[in-house]
Design a protein around this ligand. Sequence first.
Ligand SMILES: Nc1nc2c(ncn2[C@@H]2O[C@H](COP(=O)(O)OP(=O)(O)OP(=O)(O)O)[C@@H](O)[C@H]2O)c(=O)[nH]1
Ligand SMILES: [Mg+2]
Length: 446
Amino acid sequence: MGALTDTIVAAATPPGAGGVGIVRISGPGVREFAPSLIGSLPPPRVASLRVLSAADGTGIDHGIALYFPQPASFTGEDVLELHAHGGPIVLAMIIEAAIALGARRAEPGEFSKRAFLNDKLDLVQAEAIADLIASGTRQAARAALRTLSGEFSQALGLLAANLTKLRVHVEAAIDFPEEEIDFLNDRSLLARIEACSVEFENLLRGASAGRVLRDGFQLVIVGKPNAGKSSLMNRLSGTDTAIVTGIAGTTRDILRETVNLDGLSVELVDTAGLREDPGVVEKEGIRRAREAMLQADAVLWLQDATDSQPDPTAADLPGDVPVLVLRNKSDLAGFAPGDSDSVNDVLCISALTGEGLDELRERIKQLAGYRHEGEGAFTARQRHVEALQLAAAHFAAGRAALTDTHAGELLAEELRLAQRALGEITGEMSSDELLGRIFSEFCIGK
Ligand SMILES: Nc1nc2c(ncn2[C@@H]2O[C@H](COP(=O)(O)OP(=O)(O)OP(=O)(O)O)[C@@H](O)[C@H]2O)c(=O)[nH]1
Ligand SMILES: [Mg+2]
């Protein structure tokens, strides 16, 4: 792109008053605008004191100008940063001055988008900038920085490179049928397939945990009325958000509280108790509880250990959401704290005394795939996880085709689709590039 694009301008600092406010301009107009805006273009990457002027020459402010000539700038284009006093009117006047000279207001994310289009960052890294800024815990911030530094992209790149080698191997075999290659007895091929399969698993696990680190983990608490759901939410969050009474059917609305579990942001959702013959208001509450369950990352199914009445059955729970069964009021029922029923993997707790809750916090982190306080983790987004799952599904289909029908062609096609899905994550892999690599490894003229 470079010289073909227009010049964009925006405040880089948040709206409102502050000591310093920064306006960033990117594009080919930077050199042209500088004389009118700041007298003269400063030397590259040297903080230079300038008078900032409006288009008619009137002074707006004194400030620092920083010039980053392309390509060594964030966007890869000429960039001018103007550090003025941080008043909203001052910044608005600087932006208007740049617009009067021919710049236009940048759209959201447009500086990062230009950085991506100019190969300064891949898509995952560009997204990590937004994630770093929006991170809700220190661990999430550190993980976003790892993604921005390219850790996730490198892992994806390694997997993509190994898939390419596999494709080269398979397509070479297909292209020379006279050599009668028996795919299933080709040990190096099978070893490559196995290695890719392990990489897919690792990357999917890492990306799922990274997604949770970025988005938080939503945990919906369900159970019969009076089981102690609201007590549990209050206890875990250290608040008294939910009303707790001995009357069954106290909670009707959905209530939410966010807790930080060693850097994992967990949103607890308290719901109306599920029962068969509710009143009108409670019925609506139960409908909302069921809706919340469908969106949950996991469900805490709370049972009252002192209650001999049967609980809602598993049929009441959504099938594809992990469920942790808890038996509450262990203080009354005489269970040992944190004791679990080894058969059903039920954890006994007391929302009243706090018994078993440390173990519960550990279990929640396990459910979320969150380990080691986020050490070494990178952030990922739902879109990355979905693309990885799609790629892994194509890979698995290709592998199955090879085993079932000995069909190298089907494997090659599924590998191609897997790579396309992976390429969507970083926005990197083009089919031209792939072809280039296949031929360079192939030595076809030989
Ligand atoms: N002894 C004991 N009582 C508890 C415990 N947890 C909750 N309770 C009591 O059980 C009653 C019901 O608690 P809630 O937290 O309101 O129960 P809930 O599941 O939110 O009930 P609904 O909102 O009606 O569905 C209250 O009297 C609580 O004090 C516990 O661990 N031990
Ligand atoms: Mg309640």
